[in-house]
Design a protein around this ligand. Structure first.
Ligand SMILES: O=P(O)(O)OC[C@@H](O)[C@@H](O)c1c[nH]c2ccccc12
Length: 250
C-alpha cells in the first residue's frame, strides 16, 4: 500500500502549485509535548477517511473538530492533507491553523523539498517524515530543510531496522513510533514497547496509531512515550471533546 501511495504522491508533486504564504503564528510542537513532566500529551488527529477504514466521519467539519479537540485538552493537532487516500486537504490545515491556537502537524507523505515549502506556506508548525518512505540521506536533507524554514519534524518509524539506519545519519528530536504497519494496516502497541529501547533517551517519543482506550494510553506511556497521536478512535465519536477527555482519564 505504501508503494502505491508514494507513486501517486510522486505524480502529484510534479504538478504541485504552491499556495500563498499563510499569515500565522508559529507554535512549537516539541514544547507542547514536553510542557508537563508526568502527563502524557495527546496529539489529536483531524482525519476524514483512511485507506483501511474508508470514511470515518461524515459530515466532516475540520475546524469544528479541531476546536473541540482544543477544548478537550489536546496538546497539538495533526491534520491529514493527503487528498487521494485520506480525503484531506491543505486548506483544512490552513483554516485550522488560523482558527485554533495549537501547534499543527501536517500529516502527509512528504518526499520532495517542494512539499516542505508548501507546508510552510500552508502554515504548518511541523511536518511528518516517514522513514519507510525515504532513504536516510534524503530524510535528513528534508529534515534540515524543514528546520531551516522554521518548522519542526516528527520522524516516524515502524521497525528497528528503519531506526538503526536513520540513527546512523542523524538524531531526530521528535520520534514517532507508528504502531501501524503501513503495508498491512495492522496495529500492535507492542511496536512501541519493542522500539522504545532503541531510541536515545533525549528524544521525545510519540506513540502513533491504534490507541483506543485509556488503558492503551497507559501501556504506551509505561513503555516510555511522552505523547500519543490519536485519530480514528476520537474522530469517529460524535462528541470528540468528551472522547478526548475520556481517553485522558478525566
Ligand atoms: O487513527 P489512528 O489509528 O489513531 O492513527 C492515527 C495516526 O497515527 C495515523 O493516521 C498515521 C500514522 N502515520 C501515518 C502516516 C500517514 C498517514 C496516516 C498516518
Amino acid at each position: 500500500m505504501l508503494d502505491k501511495i508514494l507513486a501517486t504522491k510522486k505524480q502529484e508533486v510534479e504538478k504541485l502549485i504552491l499556495p500563498d504564504q499563510a499569515d500565522v503564528t508559529f507554535y512549537s510542537l516539541k514544547k507542547a509535548l514536553t510542557a508537563e513532566k508526568e502527563k502524557v500529551q495527546v496529539i489529536a488527529e483531524v482525519k476524514k477517511a483512511s485507506p483501511s477504514k474508508g470514511i470515518i466521519r461524515s459530515p466532516f467539519y475540520p475546524v469544528e473538530i479541531a476546536q473541540s479537540y482544543k477544548a478537550g485538552g489536546a496538546a497539538a493537532l495533526s491534520v491529514l492533507t493527503d487528498v487521494s487516500y485520506f480525503q484531506g486537504h491543505r486548506d483544512y490545515l490552513t483554516a485550522i491553523k488560523r482558527e485554533v491556537g495549537l501547534p499543527v502537524l501536517r500529516k502527509d507523505f512528504i518526499i520532495e523539498d517542494v512539499q516542505i515549502q508548501e507546508s510552510k506556506r500552508m502554515g504548518a508548525d511541523a511536518i511528518l517524515l516517514i522513514a519507510a518512505a525515504l532513504d536516510p540521506k534524503k530524510l535528513f536533507e528534508l529534515y534540515q530543510s524543514a528546520e531551516e524554514q522554521g518548522m519542526e519534524v516528527l520522524v516516524e518509524f515502524h521497525s528497528k531496522q528503519e531506526l538503526e539506519n536513520v540513527l546512523r545519519v542523524f538524531d531526530p528530536a521528535i520520534i514517532g513510533i507508528n504502531n501501524r504497519d503501513l503495508n498491512t494496516f495492522e496495529t500492535s502497541l507492542s511496536v512501541t514497547e519493542h522500539l522504545r529501547n532503541e531510541i536515545p533517551s533525549h528524544s521525545v517519543v510519540v506513540s502513533e496509531s491504534g490507541i483506543h482506550t485509556q488503558e492503551d494510553l497507559t501501556v504506551v506511556q509505561q513503555a516510555g512515550a511522552r505523547a500519543v497521536l490519536v485519530g480514528e478512535s476520537l474522530v469517529k465519536q460524535a462528541d470528540v471533546e468528551k472522547a478526548l477527555r475520556h481517553l485522558k482519564g478525566e
